[in-house]
Design a protein around this ligand. Structure first.
Ligand code: ZN
Length: 451
């Protein structure tokens, strides 16, 4: 209760509404599917109507396809007439995505993600978005066993763009919520050891971060024999979580892993794993998530491309935005009682697709194999040419050389016999600047940069 009072004081001083939003989300999570759907449709209408009034890009697009926001009121299926949006499209028309309301423009804060090309993708978020994102983050933490005041430590990637003002704001927020941020991009034994000590000092709490960083930490705890910290839960997302990572993290820390899926553009977690661990519930209050195959919603549990509409960022709207990930619905009821739909843990990005000599595009399960293989500490698969794949493996003494033939076999089975597979054995594969591990990417021209 003490922490809640501090949080209330923080809200009064800063004018933010995180607690309101948090209380609201704690209620709406128990709404029936019908009620959630109605709420989502109402927010979608308001977003599209706002874009129609104030956002030049959408004014133009709606005119081109002869669309009016009221069309959604008449038939929700009119939503599918709106074109899909890509990051490249936003980059090319950046200024036109920004609201023309001057008083709102002044309050907006920038967010950016970085690509392997090093060129950051910048967009703006408004007050409402920031409050809602934090509140939804807190809601997911409650699914992990958190209450206001429970220590939460998260391993964060490098902030590429944060201004001093933004950093101060974050520090204040972290202090208020009893959150603590540690770097995840320089994971040497020394920093891991100091992180474990810090976690023990902070007492029973929750740890968050990218799966690859948490996996490195878990392995460090196992191998160094340091006393493990007392964790209620581990919350991870931001990149694919492999079953082997989940197993090692849960076994090492003696607690459950809670996966989330989403990105900066979706306001953090678009879908989050609940305490029943049967799938990831979509945050319907915050986003509209679609899974499409050839532009159409998939049937049942068929997998497809993830497309998200962010329902809370009116002033720089992302409507039907392609996240370039592959996912599938789980058509079942969750024992937790929440009725929001669930997706299966996301296992791959569409940008990890490789192209073959005979013109096919393939997604390989080689990542999964490498992750399970004995003695593989890290790996990376790079398509260098149509007929050349380079596999980088950081091995230890348990690595079985026979695995190399197996890997070549799997790749050639998918890519074709003419594909050459070369191996490299570096001592380390550094994470990208954001702290994320690149498991695979293509260097072919025209391929999307991995992000
Ligand atoms: Zn559930």
């Amino acid at each position: 209760m003490m922490r809640r009072a501090i949080l209330q004081a923080h809200q009064l001083l800063t004018g933010r509404k995180i607690l309101h939003r948090f209380d609201e989300l704690m209620q709406t999570q128990w709404l029936s599917w019908d009620e959630l759907y109605a709420l989502q449709q109402e927010r979608l209408y308001r977003l599209v109507d706002y874009a129609y009034r104030y956002v030049p890009y959408y004014q133009r697009v709606f005119r081109e396809i002869d669309f009016h926001p009221l069309d959604l009121r008449r038939d929700p299926a009119n939503f599918y007439r709106l074109p899909l949006l890509t990051k490249e499209e936003i980059r090319a028309n950046w200024d036109q995505f920004l609201t023309t309301e001057p008083q709102v423009r002044r309050q907006m804060v920038s967010r950016s993600t970085s690509g392997s090309t090093g060129e950051p993708f910048v967009f703006l978020v408004d007050h409402q978005h920031r409050d809602y994102t934090t509140a939804d983050y807190m809601r997911h933490l409650t699914w992990c066993g958190w209450q206001i005041g429970t220590p939460y430590t998260y391993m964060a990637g490098q902030k590429l763009d944060a201004s001093l003002k933004e950093r101060l704001r974050n520090s204040l927020m972290n202090f208020t919520l009893n959150f603590s941020e540690v770097d995840a991009y320089d994971l040497v034994d020394e920093s891991l050891d100091s992180l474990v000590r810090q976690l023990r000092r902070r007492g029973r709490g929750i740890l968050g971060g990218f799966p690859s960083a948490l996996y490195v930490l878990a392995r460090f705890v196992q191998e160094s024999g340091v006393e493990r910290p007392d964790l209620l839960a581990v919350r991870c997302g931001g990149e694919v979580l492999f079953p082997k990572q989940r197993r090692l993290i849960e076994e090492t820390f003696g607690c459950r892993v809670f996966n989330w899926y989403g990105s900066y553009e979706t306001g953090g977690g678009a879908a989050c794993e609940c305490e029943a661990h049967t799938g990831l519930h979509v945050s319907m209050e915050k986003c509209l998530l679609e899974i499409l195959r050839q532009g159409r919603p998939v049937e049942g549990e068929e997998s497809g491309e993830v497309v998200v509409t962010n329902l809370i960022n009116f002033d720089f709207p992302f409507i039907r935005y392609r996240l370039k990930d592959e996912a599938r619905w789980l058509v079942r009821e969750c024992p937790c009682g929440r009725q929001s739909p669930m997706i299966a843990p996301v296992t791959g990005r569409t940008v990890e697709l490789f192209r073959t000599v005979d013109g096919r595009v393939v997604v390989s399960d080689i990542n999964e194999f490498l992750f399970e293989a004995e003695g593989v500490r890290q790996f990376q698969i790079v398509q260098k040419a149509l007929d050349l794949i380079v596999v980088r493996i950081v091995r230890d003494e348990r690595f079985d050389p026979a695995s190399l033939d197996k890997i070549t076999g799997i790749i050639q089975q998918v890519m074709g016999r003419q594909t050459q597979v070369k191996f490299e054995f570096p001592d380390e594969i550094p994470a990208g600047r954001t702290g994320k591990q690149k498991y695979s990417y293509s260097e072919l021209e025209g391929s999307q940069p991995w992000e």
